[in-house]
Design a protein around this ligand. Structure first.
Ligand SMILES: NC(=O)c1ccc[n+]([C@@H]2O[C@H](COP(=O)([O-])OP(=O)(O)OC[C@H]3O[C@@H](n4cnc5c(N)ncnc54)[C@H](OP(=O)(O)O)[C@@H]3O)[C@@H](O)[C@H]2O)c1
Length: 312
């Protein structure tokens, strides 16, 4: 089988598709024939070595977190799924390992693929969708009537976040580039601000500020949160950690979110996606043989929605 492999950190030129043996599922794991995945910013950041303090120095290394595919073998004691079941998952392996024709995964992080949604869309959902879900629901308990600002509203995470907040009947304001304003409205935003026109949406009080782009100054954001409100960032910053304590004193909740592969969350997210008809916008689709171009496309800017990867 083919698997994305690197033997050193660097640009897409260090990426290779290497022929390796199919992995054998360990106890409690399933072997998945991979149908679709997607490329997320974490993948090219890992490959570039931006996160080497986390990813380490053991090569060869492989990446990919979004898993959609068919169970083709089971390790000892794995009994949640039958051979042939279509499942989806956010890989809980350190660097993912899903950008391959087959991968193994703990069966406890997998859920049955919801019916009636294309496998390509499902391949895009786990990492970005769970980030949106955990930011808005698990951390911020979004509810009807909440005023929500989503900064970075048309990318992978943002386009799910706008739709999930709208599903909960929140009033959504979005920040994205001017050219993508209509897309943000399509995802459910009623007010759109354009960062390339100098707008950041910090004009009124919010229940939730979901800073997906993570470039707002926490000191500014906190002034536009209602008492009890939530500010959620997806990237670490020194001021974020400083203001966590300040926020508590002022009855504002400041969160640094690291998405977690939680089976129950993925199950609930799948139900919301089915109920609400939440759609995945695929900016561009690639095949495994073109994986370098897929990473380059993801890294080159801000595709609207997701960059999809077809594996088998
Ligand atoms: N901590 C975690 O667990 C976690 C999980 C998922 C993602 N992340 C991080 O979250 C970030 C977003 O991920 P993603 O998958 O959504 O990326 P993405 O698909 O590349 O989307 C980026 C978004 O940011 C917007 N943007 C670009 N420059 C901006 C600016 N100056 N102000 C406001 N918005 C701006 C883009 O809008 P336009 O397209 O209109 O330019 C786009 O909507 C990445 O840095 C990623 O690594 C972290």
């Amino acid at each position: 089988m083919k698997r994305l492999t690197i033997n050193q950190y660097g640009a897409s030129s260090v990426m290779d598709l290497v022929e390796v043996d199919r992995p054998i599922p360990k106890a409690g794991e399933v072997l998945i024939e991979m149908h679709y995945s997607s490329v997320n910013p974490i993948d090219f950041k890992l490959r570039n070595g931006e996160l080497k303090f986390y990813s380490g120095f053991h090569f060869p290394m492989t990446f990919g977190f979004d898993v959609t595919g068919r169970v083709v073998a089971k390790g000892k004691g794995a009994n949640r799924f039958e051979i042939g079941d279509m499942i989806i998952a956010l890989s809980n392996k350190k660097r993912g390992e899903a950008h391959a024709e087959y991968c193994t995964l703990d069966e406890n992080v997998c859920v049955m693929a919801p019916e009636g949604i294309s496998h390509e869309a499902l391949g895009c959902l786990p990492l970005a969708g769970l980030t949106a879900y955990q930011g808005l629901v698990s951390r911020s308990q979004v509810k009807k009537g909440d005023r929500v600002l989503i900064n970075g509203a048309t990318g992978g995470v943002g386009h799910y976040a706008c739709q999930i907040a709208s599903y909960f009947d929140a009033r959504v304001s979005a920040v994205c580039s001017y050219k993508n304003a209509e897309e943000a409205k399509r995802f459910g935003a009623t007010t759109v601000y354009s960062y390339d026109k100098g707008e950041n949406g910090l004009l009124k009080d919010y229940d939730i500020i979901f800073d997906v782009a993570s470039n707002l100054k926490v000191k500014d954001a906190i002034r536009y949160l209602k008492p009890g409100g939530h500010y959620v960032a997806t990237l670490p910053a020194i001021d974020l950690f400083l203001y966590m304590a300040v926020g508590l004193l002022r009855n504002r909740n400041i969160h640094f979110l690291i998405v977690k592969s939680i089976r129950e969350d993925l199950q609930k997210l799948s139900r919301i996606v089915e109920d609400a008809g939440i759609s995945t916008t695929v900016s561009k689709s690639f095949q495994l043989k073109d994986i370098k171009s897929a990473y380059d496309f993801c890294e080159s800017g801000s595709p609207v929605g997701k960059v999809s990867l077809k594996l088998i």
